[in-house]
Write a protein that binds this ligand. Structure first.
Ligand SMILES: NC(=O)C1=CN([C@@H]2O[C@H](COP(=O)(O)OP(=O)(O)OC[C@H]3O[C@@H](n4cnc5c(N)ncnc54)[C@H](OP(=O)(O)O)[C@@H]3O)[C@@H](O)[C@H]2O)[C@@H](O)CC1
Ligand SMILES: Nc1ncnc2c1ncn2[C@@H]1O[C@H](COP(=O)(O)OP(=O)(O)O)[C@@H](O)[C@H]1O
Ligand SMILES: [K+]
Length: 497
């Protein structure tokens, strides 16, 4: 299962410490990081000139090693310090001194204005970000922040490589790298969301051949296609629609009409045998024409939902609630009744807004929040800095969580979090999340266990988005097209079994 294990920064830092205890010096480790990164750089088609931006810590020290090794290979190299040279300490200071013995210009950034910085950046093909690594605390400050902004401003036509992690990976403006060469182990800050998007292509630079067991238990596992294939529902040639699984969808409002239709479409396109849509007349009026395969249940008020739930419980094993439900008292009443569903339920959109109220506490449910919804559920605490912690906190409170976004996360009560490495900006269109929740609900209804259903749904949704992006471009895809792509994605996955 899953070949890419991800580790918290502390575990990789502990690995460094253990290797040092075992007799490898810190200086040698820094040399190995620099050498590994230079080996990578030399394989790229670059114009042999590099500007190394170096911070005051050991990340900057790695940068000094890279500068020296590139210089030895005949590159034009300039080193730009974010700090006074005298602030570099320990192994970094040793490497800075070594650099002083070579004809490499080492300059401090603070007396250069924006024009001078731009000129310097534009006169090198490769920019190496060795400003902040795992020792970064909070969003970049001061001169470091100014340098990061300059790199991003000038990155078109340049190549940007981040050492270990992109500076700013844990919040604030960060370096937008083309490559990140990370040392010793895959690090959580670049596994998902903001940090992952900054990192670009991530390359592991091994520190030692005996390192793997020293890293201990991974903190997250990145799923691969062969993993998610094992999550597919068992289908048989003699399946009838009753065996495919049914979903009762409580969604839509006068104000938000499309979300409910997209959720139902997502469910049917992911293979549901039955999709019952309980909604307001304004939504159901268009259902017959836009999705005649779904069943319409008029939903005037909360009492009607009780009747509908009782009527369909034997044929719908899963309740999906929330997409476009709105945030008025009617929606609140529906969520209260919905929370009494005695089977698996999936909460999305406005359903998440009401979740957690005293009388809206479903026993064990699935959640599909984006970062904003997760922040609201966590009392305003933003999940951007630590998406893993946010997903774990929600899982402890509610059950199974899909924290959406770039490289979505799946967390449950008893498992190491999963990273779903599929999907791109093609999917950042209105209604895309509604399609996803419909698909996940259908997979749950087909008998796939909760976390696996969320991961498989996110995987298929992500691959659909990527495929559409490739064929038609990444901007301007409609959410229903993502739904309509799901059967082909499922076919591919099934075919690969
Ligand atoms: N033996 C090892 O461990 C090995 C480590 N290795 C490498 O070391 C890296 C870790 O090095 P590290 O621990 O020195 O921290 P690092 O990332 O350079 O940052 C510290 C500096 O940043 C500053 N600073 C902090 N936050 C800031 C902010 N928000 N905004 C602005 N400034 C901020 C902070 O300043 P201060 O807070 O002290 O004022 C300090 O000057 C690791 O990622 C890997 O690359 C490899 O060589 C392998 C061997
Ligand atoms: N840049 C991106 N990379 C990968 N996936 C993305 C990206 N932007 C959006 N998505 C995915 O698209 C979906 C958007 O959901 P959501 O924000 O709830 O949209 P809506 O509320 O309009 O339905 C999520 O599954 C999210 O993971
Ligand atoms: K860096």
């Amino acid at each position: 299962m899953a070949v890419i294990p991800w580790y918290a920064n502390e575990k990789v830092r502990a690995l460094d410490a253990r290797l040092i205890e075992s007799g490898v010096s810190g200086l040698e480790l820094m040399e190995r990081v620099g050498r590994g990164i230079v080996d990578f750089i030399l394989k790229q088609p670059l114009a042999r000139s590099a500007l190394i931006l170096a911070g005051a810590g050991s990340n900057g020290g790695d940068g000094f090693v890279i500068a020296r090794l590139l210089m030895e290979r005949g590159w034009k190299v300039t080193v730009l310090l974010s700090h006074a040279a005298s602030r570099s300490q320990g192994d970094a200071a040793v490497n800075l001194t070594r650099l002083g013995e070579m004809p490499v210009p080492v300059v401090e950034s603070r007396d250069r204005d924006e024009t001078a910085l731009t000129e310097l950046l534009n006169s090198h093909d490769l920019v190496v970000d060795a400003l902040l690594g795992t020792g970064a605390a909070g969003a970049p400050r001061g001169e470091t922040a100014r340098l990061i902004a300059a790199v991003n401003r000038c990155r078109f036509g340049r190549h940007v490589l981040a050492v270990d992690v992109p500076s700013g990976a844990e919040g604030g403006e960060g370096v937008e790298a083309q490559w990140t060469c990370t040392a010793g182990g895959w690090k959580l800050p670049i596994a998902t969301g903001h940090g992952a998007a900054l990192a670009g292509e991530t390359v592991l630079i091994p520190l030692d051949e005996n390192a793997a067991p020293l890293l201990g238990v991974p903190d997250a596992l990145e799923l691969e296609e062969r993993d998610v294939r094992n999550f597919l529902p068992r289908r048989r040639i003699d399946d009838h629609k009753g065996r495919r699984g049914g979903v009762l969808i409580v969604a839509g409002s006068k104000r938000y009409r499309g979300a409910a239709l997209l959720a139902a479409r997502g469910a049917l396109r992911a293979g549901a045998g039955l999709a019952v849509l309980a909604s307001v007349p304004e939504v159901l009026d268009v259902l017959a024409a836009s999705l005649p395969e779904a069943i319409a249940e008029p939903l005037e008020d909360a009492a009607a939902l009780e009747r509908i739930m009782a009527k369909w419980r034997s044929r719908c094993s899963v309740l999906l609630i929330g997409s476009g439900l709105d945030r008025d008292s009617r929606a609140r009443g529906l969520c209260r009744i919905g929370s009494q569903w005695d089977g698996p339920s999936l909460w999305d959109g406005d359903g998440l807004y009401w979740l957690g109220e005293d009388d809206i506490k479903p026993v064990r449910c699935c959640l599909t929040p984006h970062e904003g919804e997760a922040a609201a559920l966590l009392g305003g605490r933003s999940p951007v800095r630590d998406r893993f912690e946010a997903a774990a906190a929600l899982a402890r409170q509610y059950g199974s969580v899909l924290l959406k976004g770039y490289r979505s996360l799946v967390a449950g009560l008893e498992q190491t979090p999963w990273i779903v490495p599929r999907g791109d900006r093609t999917l950042s269109v209105p209604g895309s999340g509604d399609v996803l929740s419909g698909a996940c609900a259908a997979l749950l209804a087909a008998g796939v266990p909760a976390e696996k259903a969320l991961a498989l749904g996110a995987w298929c949704h992500g691959v659909s988005g990527e495929a559409l992006g490739r064929m038609q471009g990444q901007d301007g895809i409609l959410a229903h097209e993502v739904a309509d792509c799901l059967p082909a994605v499922l076919k591919e996955l099934n075919g690969a079994c």
